[in-house]
Design a protein around this ligand. Structure first.
Ligand SMILES: *[C@@H]1O[C@H](CO)[C@@H](O)[C@H](O)[C@H]1NC(C)=O
Ligand SMILES: *[C@@H]1O[C@H](CO)[C@@H](O)[C@H](O)[C@H]1NC(C)=O
Length: 353
């Protein structure tokens, strides 16, 4: 998915303009005092975890926690902006748009979500700190949405990316062994919590709240790449290279995907040549094995390469998120990790049904 950068405001200036999110927030986030934590917990509906945190972390565990912390901080920024827009009825976010849903329900929902995301970030940073690692501080974020419906659809998509990513972090914590295994149930509770959130985001789009029996898995590198689309370049206090994951080229999904066997047009920035015999599209959907399809009809225009690939949804794809990647090679890949090794562009984020 391509997240265009939105510059400035539309010609017709709304009466109330959105305030950019400034860290630290008035409630002290990302470094709330003990009293401020108490206030955040009240709004979040519960407290920070009480159990001991790992005293030491392995390098892969550190990377996974840093990615999760950065993502949770992004979510705090996003939902703070969304709550502001709804509360102040910024143009495109007023009751005229979301009727018959009640404004108070949305304000209550996103007040809880902001505070819950703050505690996710604080807890993740606490785990890093407890093991003597650098904590993640906020970057400046940009949101490519200017109305309620687009904001909710985007929230559902990046929450789906969380579901694709955190289980991979849990697998890392388990494989690392030792002290880190206690993080597995902790982050299971976060996944469930964000699943509750996503049920609302899907309902607001008049979709069935639970999309599929098994949600789509992914890889941390795809989440890291997608997240960078929301970060203002060079705005992070720490270099992004502190999170040693891969960043891939952009993969735009040009067609509107459908929940049936169909063809999708993709676009990538024209760079190293792509070739029908050397490249392929791989889909990650549900908990299926990665599915590889050939690409065809490559054309070049305006600095982009466009091409087509089958989207065999009826081959057992999950409703909700499917992740696409353009890879080197045309082989059959057995795991998302194998896809990451040969990926050139991605993730293409496809939402159907
Ligand atoms: C809030 O509204 C502003 C102004 O339209 C917009 O730029 C921003 O992306 C919105 N935030 C969210 C999360 O929708
Ligand atoms: C959809 O495509 C898949 C993969 O090519 C194929 O196995 C399946 O039979 C197709 N289903 C329908 C209903 O066309």
């Amino acid at each position: 998915m391509h997240f265009p950068i939105i510059f400035g405001l539309s010609a017709a200036l709304p009466l109330i303009v959105a305030s950019p999110v400034q860290f630290p927030l008035p409630d002290g986030f990302p470094n709330p005092s003990a009293d401020q934590v108490v206030a955040i917990q009240q709004k979040a509906g519960g407290s920070l975890p009480g159990g001991p945190l790992p005293a030491s972390l392995q390098p892969n565990g550190v990377t996974a926690l840093k990615l999760i912390a950065l993502n949770e901080i992004f979510e705090v920024a996003y939902f703070t902006s969304l709550l502001y827009n709804i509360t102040h009825e910024v143009a495109g976010y007023g009751p005229d748009v979301y009727k018959p849903v009640l404004k108070q329900f949305l304000v209550d929902t996103f007040t809880a979500v902001v505070n819950q995301e703050e505690l996710h970030a604080v807890a993740t940073n606490a785990a890093l700190k407890n093991a003597g690692q650098t904590q993640i501080q906020p970057c400046k974020f940009q949101f490519p949405v200017t109305d309620f419906d687009a904001a909710i659809a985007l929230a559902a998509t990046f929450t789906d990316v969380v579901f694709a990513t955190v289980p991979q972090a849990q697998a890392i914590f388990t494989a690392d062994g030792g002290d880190e295994s206690g993080l597995v149930p902790l982050f299971s509770s976060v996944i469930g919590q964000e699943g509750e959130q996503n049920g609302v985001y899907r309902s607001l789009q008049k979709k069935v709240p639970s999309s599929a029996p098994f949600l789509t898995g992914g890889a941390p590198d795809f989440a890291f790449t997608a997240l960078q689309g929301f970060i203002l370049p060079n705005s992070c206090p720490q270099p992004l290279s502190d999170i040693p994951l891969k960043t891939f080229g952009k993969l735009d999904v040009v067609s509107t995907p459908e929940a049936k066997n169909s063809t999708i047009e993709f676009a990538v920035p024209a760079g190293p040549s792509i070739d029908v015999s050397a490249n392929a599209i791989v889909y990650l959907s549900g908990q299926n094995l990665p599915l590889t399809v050939p690409i065809s009809d490559i054309t070049y225009a305006n600095g982009e390469a466009h091409f087509k690939a089958a989207f065999p949804f009826e081959a057992g794809f999950a409703k909700g998120l499917t992740i696409a990647a353009l890879v080197k090679g045309t082989g059959n890949f057995k795991t998302a990790g194998e896809v990451v090794k040969v990926a050139v562009n991605g993730p293409g984020l496809i939402e159907v049904g």
